[in-house]
Design a protein around this ligand. Structure first.
Ligand code: IPD
Ligand code: CA
Ligand code: CA
Length: 263
């Protein structure tokens, strides 16, 4: 079997270095919509990653956030976020990454997230564990929501902010606090690394969560829908945790979502 992970790591490191180089100097920002930013770094990183993937794996489908890739029929599909955390990046806030996830017949089998600022490389393969710079990762052992550090995110283009603001409010009162770092892929890595006990988001794309969802599972955590049902990469939402606080959080999601549907 070809070593998918080795190639993905090589490519993510190369794209990460490119993005880090762009970060050193001021950039021209374009807008996909009023608050959805894109920069030259996003486009150049995607072109690099897609080009490398096409060379290494010509028979695989590739889906990039910025529209690049090759959308062919294949059992294998790479989901590519060439720069996750673009709003941070454009404002000079150093929290962003490059992420690639490989799906085989609908299941994520390999994932890489590279944070060039901290030189942190997260890797995972189905059934073989999750690693940070080669060290095996394990989720936190915290079993109480009241002692948890959580994370969430708000998409740049969405009408659901109100709903997630309510969840933010509720969980702030129930936990040690919530962080909103601005890169969903890194948020998931931080759950895998035990830095966060839980993370949720309502509107993500497959490229934001493919690699990270695998890393959380391989680190011993749980990934599901907000209601606790099976995780589906193709739906918008994700709820990831160390597994121990999962059941305590589900009723809060259900309650807030039910209020919304009654309105
Ligand atoms: C965004 C980031 C952010 C999340 C948004 C994503 P982008 O990705 O992951 O944390 O809250 O929902 O769209 O646009 O920087 O690739
Ligand atoms: Ca993203
Ligand atoms: Ca992106």
């Amino acid at each position: 079997m070809p070593d998918y992970l080795t190639s993905a790591v090589e490519i993510a490191r190369e794209a990460g270095a490119l993005v880090a180089e762009f970060f050193k100097s001021p950039l021209e920002i374009s807008y996909k919509s009023p608050s959805n930013l894109v920069t030259e770094a996003d486009r150049r990183s995607e072109a690099l990653i897609v080009g490398r993937l096409q060379k290494h794996f010509p028979g695989h489908a590739v889906v990039g956030e910025e529209g690049g890739g090759q959308r062919i029929e294949s059992d294998y599909c790479w989901y590519v976020d060439p720069l996750d955390g673009t709003t941070n990046f454009a404002h000079g806030f150093p929290v962003f990454c490059v992420t690639l996830g490989l799906v085989y017949r609908g299941e994520v089998i390999a994932g890489v997230v590279y944070d060039p600022t901290r030189e942190e490389l997260y890797t995972g393969e189905k059934g073989a564990g999750a690693f940070l710079n080669g060290q095996r990762l394990a989720v936190s052992k915290n079993a109480n929501l009241s002692e948890s550090l959580l994370a969430t995110g708000f998409p740049p283009f969405d009408s659901n902010h109100d709903l997630n603001a309510q969840l933010f409010f509720r969980f702030t009162l129930l936990s040690h606090g919530i962080r909103r770092p601005g890169s969903a892929a890194l948020d998931l890595c931080y759950v895998a690394a035990g830095r966060f006990d839980g993370f949720w988001e309502l509107k993500l794309n497959p490229w934001d969560k493919a690699a990270g969802s695998l890393l959380v599972q391989e680190a011993g955590g749980r990934v599901s829908s907000l209601a606790g049902g099976p995780f589906n990469l193709q739906t918008d939402e994700i709820f990831a945790s160390n597994g121990l606080i999962h059941d305590e959080m589900i009723p809060v999601f259900s309650e807030v979502l039910a209020q919304k549907s009654r309105r």
